[in-house]
Design a protein around this ligand. Structure first.
Ligand SMILES: *Cc1c(COP(=O)(O)O)cnc(C)c1O
Length: 468
């Protein structure tokens, strides 16, 4: 090592010395001694490495600045609020549904206070957690009874384990879905202790295939909504009403895993029809399972609705305890479900539906409004154009359908690498902006942009990000 580097190393201040720098002492007041000491150690360690590698010595203000920026970086939350401009309204990786204000308030109140979670205020005795949503769910689905668990994957697992442990579960080969992540129907079945009995073929399954599969060992028949794909062409499936008849003839329940399962007819909002939970119940399924944070627009949850005796059996399963929801989500679910009692205002109050129902012209006008500010903020090297695009619902609802939308198409000079840098710079904003890359441009689909002012303010930081 060069003599200069050795002497700089020896001159490096100690941790205690740095902790006594005035700027660092102030930081202790904000961040606490433990955090600040950690940041000082880290700063000195990287300085030492830099000096050994032939870097320059640092003075007091440089060291203090580095400590402060480390502290700031550690203070920020890792679960960041961001602008979902991907064009996918229910984006699983971005947390799916944005909750209604009513649900947010209910969740916050439940967080702050003791609540009547399992406590009957009429007689002062023990109550049931499910009671807070049971009546609401039954009201909007026409089901006899209902229960709620952690998510729809948990709902499916619990139903299979309760009704089909060590028994056969009959499923069409065309419905053995993988939802993404680790949710693969055959694997869930195995974990639930159910024996998978596949019937039919990938593209065609007939009533006779189901009929041939029944035995004394049959626990249930499962119908799965093929959420994220369609089989097209030479196809055949047995519809739910017929399957319900067949299951009933053999004295076993039919379970319909709807996945997204909407509570309202989406065609009222200009979208294609997706089977509603009420329809699935009316079609004769003994149990129906669906998510809380897909089209329903609430927090992560899984609902199981249907026959009273079956729901009672599910509630007696010790696994239910492991899969139950907490007071926060229960409060948010209750508030979300209540919004469905007023269909006229539903789209105005429920963000998921509001976003999905937004007309493309409205979004295009927003894009026109925002274009000048965005152009200004991004500077010369990026061309900004108002563009039409297509959004999708996401989370497996109506997978082939896209909705006409609009947004801003950002094209940086310099091609692929520049596009990557632009995407990264937008992700590095105080509130990250996530778009999607298509045809050499980064497209920001504005369908889900509610806070226009906040967006403009946020993007103004882009210039700063570049100039330092
Ligand atoms: C989304 C989905 C699931 C899983 O639901 P989560 O709420 O993500 O646990 C299960 N089945 C179907 C058909 C789905 O679409």
């Amino acid at each position: 090592m060069a003599d200069a580097a050795l002497s700089s190393l020896r001159k490096l201040p100690s941790v205690d010395q740095v902790l006594r720098y005035p700027a660092v002492e102030t930081a202790i007041g904000h961040h606490g001694r433990a955090e600040t000491t950690l940041a000082v150690r880290e700063t000195l360690a990287s300085l030492r490495d830099a000096l050994r590698a032939g870097g320059d010595a640092a003075d007091e203000s440089t060291i203090a600045a580095s400590v402060l920026s480390l502290l700031e970086a550690r203070r920020g939350s890792s679960l960041k609020s961001l602008f979902n401009l991907t064009g996918t309204v229910l984006h699983t990786n971005l947390g799916r549904a944005i909750l209604a204000e009513e649900a947010v308030e209910a969740a916050v109140a439940a967080m702050r206070n003791a609540v009547s979670l399992e406590f009957d205020l009429d007689d002062g005795r023990r109550g049931e957690r499910d009671d807070h949503v049971r009546a609401l769910v039954c009201e909007s689905t026409g089901a006899e009874d209902a229960t709620i668990v952690n998510n729809n994957a948990a709902a499916v697992l619990l139903v299979l384990n309760t009704l089909s442990q060590d028994k056969d579960a009959i499923v069409s080969r065309g419905e053995l879905i993988e939802i993404g992540g680790a949710f693969r129907m055959p694997e869930i079945m195995a974990r639930a202790g159910a024996r998978l009995v596949e019937v039919g073929t990938t593209n065609r399954t007939h009533a006779k295939d189901y009929r041939a599969a029944f035995s004394a060992q049959t626990g249930l028949v499962l119908k799965v909504h093929t959420s994220n794909y369609r089989i097209e062409g030479f196809t055949a499936e047995v519809d739910a009403p017929e399957l319900a008849r067949i299951a009933r003839e053999h004295g076993v329940p039919l379970v319909n895993d709807l996945g997204s399962g909407t509570l309202v007819d989406l065609s009222c909002y200009g979208l294609s029809k997706e089977p509603t939970v009420r329809e699935a119940v009316e079609e004769g399924a003994d149990l129906v399972t669906f998510s809380g944070d897909k089209l329903l627009g609430g927090p992560q949850a899984g609902f199981i609705v249907g026959r009273k005796d079956l729901i009672a059996a599910i509630n007696r399963n010790p696994m239910k305890r492991a899969l139950r929801v907490d007071k926060i989500r229960l409060a948010a679910c209750e508030a979300t479900l209540k919004l469905y009692r007023d269909p006229d205002r539903l789209a105005a109050r429920l963000p998921t539906l509001r976003f999905l129902a937004r007309p493309a012209e409205d979004i295009a006008r927003q894009a026109e409004r925002l274009a000048p500010a965005i152009t200004g903020a991004l500077g010369k090297g990026v061309s900004v154009e108002v563009t039409s695009c297509r959004s999708q619902i996401g989370s497996g609802a109506l997978p082939l359908e896209t909705i006409p939308s609009a947004g801003l198409s950002l094209t940086p000079e310099g091609g692929g690498k520049a596009l990557e840098l632009l995407s990264a710079a937008l992700r590095a904003l105080p509130r990250p902006v996530i778009g999607h890359v298509t045809g050499g441009a980064l497209v920001l689909d504005l369908r889900c942009l509610a806070d226009e002012e906040g967006f403009v303010e946020n993007i103004a930081a882009f210039q700063h990000g570049r100039s330092v």
